[in-house]
Design a protein around this ligand. Structure first.
Ligand code: SF4
Ligand code: FES
Length: 361
């Protein structure tokens, strides 16, 4: 069977990060700096990505600006014909660094912010960072690079959605990703503290509709659905091994950034295999590719080519079996496990947030 090439790559350059967000979707066990791929390793990855047909790389982390060789990695992507987007907290971005990155070929920037005010944003990040983010936004605007803002939404900031969108307008964002929390990795530990209520979500959707009706130009408002509440699973990653791959800081290659802990899979590493072999031949990428792996009810469902049975990592996190239908789907025999969370007694609003403290090498 011919495997169509991927078009996107998530390059997790490092797991190190100056922030401590409780909703972090990186794995609980982070990869330490000593195990990271070096400059030559990432240069080879970019060349192989271009040759494989990848057109878009998200340079992410952790905080990719912590890599002193980021400019070289960007240049390697540019030489390979791969469009690069920096996904950053903004911490460590100054005018000189941004000019160097743009000179190396960086094409766009996505900046995270945690809430609409310095006080609440810094509280959620677990670090003073809002003022730096504001400066970073201005620098990206001045540089004329396409500028996206990413805000992870949850119980502690959904009621500020109006102010968050107003902030995106003030900062001049072209696009805002309003990403309801996905409960993987560290975020799963904080599910009780982060899960919103249905009422909160309804109010937020009304706010979003009002802004969409009001705005005649940018920013584009992208709503990443809270799949726990929709009864409809998300087509995670556009399907397993279908359009995208993730390269971890140590060179392991995964079909998605949540797959680190899925049992029974050995993730190949770019130190031992070429990206093309990994994509086309490796067992990990074939495990849930297409529809042949599906059981009941997905196998006989008319939506199976649209949502690919939802998210494997979520199925595993909730049922302990990555091959089951995503319990976010109302047709899943495990859907009651989700309904218990969304429609049972609301979680205690005083549930404390557990902050992420990255291991330092
Ligand atoms: Fe999608 Fe499977 Fe649910 Fe059908 S049963 S909607 S294919 S997750
Ligand atoms: Fe891994 Fe959805 S995050 S398949």
């Amino acid at each position: 069977m011919t495997v169509p090439p991927p078009w996107a790559m998530l390059a997790e350059l490092t797991h190190a990060c100056p922030l401590h967000c409780p909703y972090c979707s990186n794995p609980v066990e982070l990869i330490g700096r000593a195990r990271e791929l070096d400059t030559a390793g990432w240069t080879r990855v970019m060349a192989e990505a271009g040759a494989l047909g990848i057109v878009h790389a998200h340079l992410s982390g952790g905080e990719p600006l912590l890599r002193r060789d980021l400019e070289q990695i960007v240049a390697a992507a540019e030489a390979a014909g791969v469009y690069t987007q920096l996904v950053t907290s903004g911490v460590g971005l100054d005018g000189t660094r941004l000019a160097e990155l743009a000179g190396a070929g960086l094409r766009s920037v996505q900046l995270s912010v945690q809430d609409a005010t310095a006080e609440t944003s810094d509280h959620l990040a677990g670090a003073r960072s809002f003022a730096v983010k504001r400066r970073a936004a201005a620098l990206v605007r001045e540089a004329g690079l396409p500028f996206g803002l990413n805000v992870v939404l949850h119980r502690h900031n959904l009621d500020s959605l109006d102010e968050i969108i107003a902030l995106a307008v003030e900062w001049g964002a072209d696009r805002v990703e309003l990403a309801n929390t996905q409960f993987y990795g560290w975020a799963l530990r904080n599910r009780d503290a982060l899960l919103p209520t249905r009422d909160q979500l309804r109010r937020a959707e009304r706010t979003l509709d009002a802004w969409r009706a009001r705005l005649s130009g940018p920013p584009e408002l992208v709503w990443v659905v809270p799949d726990y509440f929709e009864g409809v699973p998300k087509p995670c990653m556009g399907g397993w091994g279908a359009v995208s791959l993730t390269v971890a800081p140590d060179g392991s290659v995964l079909p998605c950034p949540g797959a680190y802990t899925l049992p029974g899979l050995t993730f190949p590493n770019v130190r031992e295999h070429g990206l093309r072999w990994i994509w086309e031949e490796s067992g990990a990428f074939h495990a849930y590719r297409g529809t042949a792996w599906m059981g009941h009810p997905c196998a006989g469902c008319p939506r199976r080519e649209d949502d690919f049975g939802g998210c494997r990592c979520q199925a595993y996190a909730i049922t302990g079996d990555a091959a089951r239908t995503d319990p976010a789907c109302a047709l899943s025999p495990d859907h009651h496990l989700i309904r218990r969370l969304t429609d049972g007694d609301p979680p205690d609003p005083r549930t404390p947030l557990v902050y992420r403290r990255p291991r330092r090498a």
